[in-house]
Design a protein around this ligand. Structure first.
Ligand code: F6R
Length: 604
């Protein structure tokens, strides 16, 4: 999605803005631009394509200004092109602004502005804002007047040539954060853009405007009433925004999974009492929760599907899992229901709208989120953080692992509070949890054998991922990972459904990744393996390292250290992520920024 950066301070703005835009690249974009004010004159540069195109455009320019704004655009209104890229300006070129979100009433505003004689130079919804900002009054007055006319979602960063060194930021349903340095300030949609300069930040709320110059900032609401806002300290360290010797952020983030798992558990297990202690949920009314509805999108929804099985089995609560984009248009019955919203970014538009709907229906909201102070956490009654740290690669990996870990902890916690979880089961799961980081590292050490399998199959175009029980959501997640970064077609299936239709596709060209669990389901998976073999389909199995029977029947075998069935998804996910990664590598794909995708999907 689009990314915003604004800077006022003492450093040279152009290199700083370009560097910040590179930090925002991971969000996905199709064009980029910057605007600066040099000796009172506005200079704007916009380029379709990657930031390096913009860099080339700026080569040799000796401007020294320390004041400007920049943007990475992900097209919504108007094709990706130089003229649709942000920043956008007014007719006189005295105002420049960048925008994330969508102005829903831009058509009627544009008609009005055209009638008044304004001339437009782009097809975007954003440009209407620049023209609305023209006219009488101080920049602040014009801004408040303009904001009152806008419908939709918008994070804005604006500069006026008449107020050099002053930036304005506006936030409504799209994130905007003020980074607070020593005599310098950053306005951005995303913390990584300024993390190398400061870890002190003011999280703006919806309906707030900030005016910032080199000496300080003031925050006010859309009516102009001042608000008292204090900076917080961001817990991420700048090093986490670097690749740390790995070729891609995705690989680095997969390798961080054992640490993410440990961090997510830290302080949440009382080993003395052998219980889960979630301080964050102290005032959750356990006895009045009769049902749970989980809302999320994409990978987070797959974590939710695992959460359903955990909550139903360990806490004996009925659970529905809904794609947020579907749920938000339904008329849900939410009496006595706890709604759990899962989101890495905490900014996914569909998830936020689903939560708003749930709130309107009187539900209480527990969010599972990775980003401190994100929009989701601010509209939730309780938050359980995943502690995955900054996730930069568009394909979510370590955040998924964090989400599943949190949902497992929550299920153990609720199971005990509700008196439905046998202490022996709880104790044995908690004991086994401690061995998982070692087992995760064991899998990571074998990554070259997974690379080898990818080398064998990277030219294939069609893949099935088959699983049952807890391994069914994992099959969905494995398939999603493969398609989003390698562009191979992949379908995740409940293995029992194969014979009800998909088996028609099985043949020598199809590769099936079968996820084999334990017990009764294992026998059924052996049946699936035989069905595929009989049709000359290729098979890669992910199964317990002790499962020699499976090993003998398949083309490639990825061993998983033995663990409890409940915990197996936390191990089996790693080879699936690695396989997708190495497939994409062999296919020469842009792994951290796959085509058409964005890190946080802030449009509906
Ligand atoms: C896939 C992926 C997406 C996200 C989805 C929700 O790798 O990253 O499917 O999981 O867009 O995003 P969040 O978790 O930020 O709400």
């Amino acid at each position: 999605m689009c990314g915003i950066i604004g800077y006022t301070g003492q450093r040279r703005a152009i290199p700083l803005l370009l560097q910040a835009l590179k930090r925002l690249e991971y969000r996905g974009y199709d064009s980029a631009g910057i605007a600066i004010v040099e000796k009172g004159t506005l200079q704007v540069f916009r380029k379709k394509g990657k930031i390096k195109e913009l860099e080339q455009e700026l080569e040799g320019k000796e401007w020294v200004t320390s004041f400007g704004i920049g943007h990475t655009r992900w097209a919504t209104h108007g094709i990706p092109s130089d003229h649709n890229a942000h920043p956008h300006c007014d007719c006189q070129k005295t105002i420049a602004l960048v925008h994330n979100g969508i102005i829903e009433n831009y058509k009627s505003l544009k008609e009005m502005l055209l009638r008044e004689g304004h001339v437009f130079s782009s097809d975007t919804d954003t440009e209407v804002i620049a023209h609305l900002l023209e006219g009488e009054g101080s920049p602040k007055e014009r801004l408040l007047r303009t904001v009152s006319l806008l419908e939709g979602s918008f994070a804005l960063c604006i500069l006026f040539t008449e107020e050099e060194g002053v930036l304005y930021g506006v936030r409504k349903s799209s994130p905007l954060i003020l980074g607070v340095g020593e005599g310098e300030y950053f306005l951005s949609s995303d913390i990584p853009a300024f993390l190398e300069y400061t870890r002190s930040a003011v999280l703006l709320d919806d309906g707030e405007v900030v005016r910032v110059d080199r000496s300080g900032f003031t925050v006010f609401d859309f009516q102009g009433q001042a608000k008292d806002k204090k900076p917080i300290t961001i817990p991420w360290d700048p090093v986490s925004a670097e690749k740390g010797g790995f070729k891609h952020f995705m690989l680095k983030e997969i390798h961080e999974e054992p640490r993410v798992f440990e961090d997510t558990l830290a302080g949440r297990i009382d080993f003395h009492k052998q219980t889960v202690a979630l301080e964050e949920l102290e005032n959750l009314p356990f006895s009045s929760v009769r049902r749970v509805t989980i809302v999320a999108c994409g990978t987070a929804c797959h974590a939710g599907m695992l959460g359903k099985i955990y909550l139903e089995t360990l806490a004996r609560l009925p659970v529905a899992v809904e794609y947020a984009s579907e749920f938000r248009y339904q008329e849900p019955l939410l009496q006595d229901t706890l709604v759990i919203a899962i989101s890495q970014s905490g900014e996914t538009a569909d998830t936020l709208r689903a939560v708003e709907l749930a709130r309107e229906q009187g539900a209480r909201i527990l969010s599972v989120c990775n980003v401190l102070g994100s929009s989701l956490t601010r509209i939730s009654d309780w938050v359980l953080y995943t502690r995955a740290g900054l996730e930069i690669s568009v394909a979510s990996t370590k955040a998924f692992l964090g989400q599943v870990t949190v949902l497992l902890l929550l299920s153990l916690f609720l199971g005990e509070k509700r008196g439905v979880l046998a202490p022996e089961r709880q104790e044995s799961l908690l004991r086994e949890l401690l061995s998982l980081p070692r087992k995760m590292n064991q899998i990571l050490k074998e990554e070259q054998s997974i690379h080898e399998i990818a080398r064998q199959y990277y030219r294939h175009q069609n893949f099935f991922y088959l699983g049952r029980g807890l391994l069914y959501p994992l099959a969905l997640e494995g398939a999603l990972k493969l398609k989003e970064i390698s562009y191979a077609y992949a379908e995740g299936l409940s293995a029992g459904e194969m014979k009800h239709g998909p088996i028609a596709l099985v043949g020598p060209d199809l590769v099936s990744i079968v996820l084999v669990g334990e017990g009764e389901r294992r026998i059924k998976m052996l049946g699936n393996i035989e069905e595929i073999r009989a049709r000359q389909g290729k098979i890669i199995a992910v199964a317990s390292e002790n499962d020699t029977e499976v090993k003998e029947k398949v083309d490639f075998f990825i061993p998983i250290p033995p663990t409890s069935e409940f915990l197996s998804p936390l191990l089996a996910i790693i080879p699936l992520q690695l396989f997708a990664y190495y497939m994409a590598l062999e296919r020469g794909c842009d792994i951290d920024q796959p085509r058409n995708l964005a890190k946080s999907v802030t449009v509906e």
